[in-house]
Design a protein around this ligand. Structure first.
Ligand code: XBP
Ligand code: MG
Length: 227
């Protein structure tokens, strides 16, 4: 038995600029004059998790937001809705090779899972917009389901536990240093396809760094050596 465990943002699709736009729209709707441009967002991406990223922004900017926990939760909920609507409207496409890799894995009997920091509804919106039934992934561990987000290994350890598999039987797919570090902390082998915001990060710990996920056989062979 073997499994592929997929990160979502930056790996299944290059999503982060749409997350950034959704944050900005939520700020504007709430009457806040905050603007997250690309250089700032790149810096903020050091912190995974949208709510945690918002808090990091407040700390960096020296903003003392009254009732911060509740305001962050409200802003993030609105941002999530804005993002999911944009995804459902077709604003994103899967990265090259992703759909065929999912098909190829299933054809080889390789089990599918998701290990992500993002919110579950964002994952469903992305897969459904791409015509992929989320139910094809037998396990999804998302967002707040674990106490510590990437680069902590918690999310991958939770997926391995749910699958009942040892890390040696699985292959993780990531796009960022945070994600790679999380996967490696759980003892997994990891393929990295860098994304728009992560291409200059340190991937020296990766087992393989590729520009795309085309040629599914290259990856299935890593968990299913041909006899
Ligand atoms: C990426 C993240 C997320 C997204 C935004 O997760 O760190 O926080 O940027 O999504 P991954 P939320 O690469 O692990 O998929 O606002 O829902 O957190
Ligand atoms: Mg990612």
């Amino acid at each position: 038995m073997s499994a592929f465990i997929f990160d979502v943002d930056g790996t299944l699709a290059d999503t982060e600029d749409l997350h950034r736009e959704a944050f900005d729209e939520a700020f504007a709707e709430a009457g806040l004059d905050w603007h997250w441009d690309r250089p700032l967002y790149k810096r903020l991406l050091a912190v995974s998790g949208g709510k945690e990223r918002l808090r990091y922004f407040l700390d960096l900017s020296g903003i003392d937001l009254p009732d911060a926990d509740a305001r962050i939760a409200d802003l993030h909920a609105r941002k999530t809705a804005i993002y999911a609507n944009a995804v459902a409207a077709g604003r994103l496409v899967l990265k090259p090779g992703v759909a065929a890799l999912i098909e190829g894995a299933e054809a080889h009997g390789i089990r599918l899972a998701v290990a992500t920091t993002t919110t579950r509804s964002n994952v469903d919106a992305l897969l459904l917009a791409a015509g992929i039934d989320p139910g094809r992934f037998e396990t999804m561990v998302c967002g707040d389901a674990v106490p510590n987000k990437k680069p902590a290994p918690d999310v991958y350890l939770a997926v391995l536990d749910a699958l009942g598999l040892a890390p040696e039987a699985c292959l993780a797919f990531e796009d960022s240093w945070n994600g790679l570090t999380s996967a490696k902390g759980a003892g997994l082998r990891c393929v990295v396809t860098p994304a728009f915001y992560t291409e200059d990060e340190d991937f020296s710990a990766a087992d393989l760094v590729v520009t795309d996920l085309l040629d599914a056989d290259r990856f299935t062979a890593l968990v299913k050596p041909s006899r």
